[in-house]
Design a protein. Structure first.
Length: 280
């Protein structure tokens, strides 16, 4: 990997070109996610000029003005329709969207469901840290019962949302789970999406050492299971993952939909008109 990154160093450097300092906490999992994504884009020869990144509100969105890419910071819970509009208007571009627990499974859960159904070629990175870090540590929709948070000092008393079970009913074509502290694994998972023709939901189990000290690296290592090399990422295997006692990690589903690949893009069906005379 190092030799390939070195060979394409100009791409990597361009991705990082900015004069704005990062504002994440020390040891935040977002640092690892950013670097792994940059590595994947570099290894797959994706130029910054060919990539657009949409951000939701949250800690992950603090990156929007600090990278050498075309970016847009949208409304809370609306990053997926925003990314869909970008992809429709610019089908030739690599389109990536970032969001946390609230934008994905609270305010934006309806958009997640329908974006999965439509299966446009977008990478969606769900930053799962089980807390609302930007607003200083409230419980999110995936916080474990009993976890004490700033707004739940006696512990969370509601069950978490199971994202994989929700996705399983929407006929997804690509589902993966990875870890913010495993750079090589994250990079490989992001690379696999870059070769996938449809929508990809990638859940990154992210460390938040400031507001969620329960689900630290040691906790994850006790509660995850990596799918093996012989694992076939089809729908049957994906449904089997839902029955596991531990959290499955890896590319859990990768089955492109044939009908989606031959679908015309809306922008291709609309005739263009010259309206310059209307602007005079």
């Amino acid at each position: 990997m190092f030799d390939s990154l070195k060979k394409n160093a100009d791409i990597y450097v361009s991705l990082e070109e900015t004069d704005q300092p990062m504002t994440w906490c020390d040891d935040c999992g977002n640092y690892g996610i950013q670097k792994a994504l940059f590595q994947a884009l570099t290894l797959e020869w994706r130029q910054p000029s060919e990539t657009i990144v949409a951000y939701d509100v949250g800690c992950s969105g603090n990156e929007s003005d600090k990278v050498g890419l075309t970016t847009i910071h949208g409304l809370h819970g609306r990053v997926l329709p925003l990314a869909t509009g970008i992809k429709i208007a610019h089908p030739e571009m690599t389109v990536i969207a970032h969001a946390g627990d609230g934008a994905t499974l609270s305010e934006g859960i309806n958009h997640l469901i329908h974006t999965v159904r439509h299966d446009r070629n977008i990478l969606f990175i769900h930053h799962v840290n089980a807390t609302f870090g930007l607003t200083t540590g409230q419980a999110s929709s995936v916080t474990l019962p009993g976890t004490k948070m700033n707004a739940a000092p006696k512990g969370v008393d509601t069950p978490p949302v199971d994202s994989l079970r929700i996705l399983s009913g929407c006929n997804p074509s690509f589902v993966a789970r990875t870890l913010s502290y495993d750079m090589d694994h994250m990079t490989a998972v992001f690379q696999e999406w870059l070769r996938h023709p449809g929508f990809a939901y990638i859940e990154v189990l992210q460390l938040c050492p400031t507001y969620n000290r329960v689900q630290n690296r040691e906790w994850y290592e006790r509660n995850i299971v990596h799918v093996g090399q012989g694992y076939m990422p089809n729908h049957e295997s994906f449904l089997g993952c839902l029955k596991l006692a531990k959290m499955p990690v890896g590319v859990l589903l990768n089955e492109p939909r044939q009908e989606i690949q031959t679908r015309k893009n809306l922008i291709q069906e609309v005739r263009k008109y010259d309206i310059t005379h209307l602007l005079e």
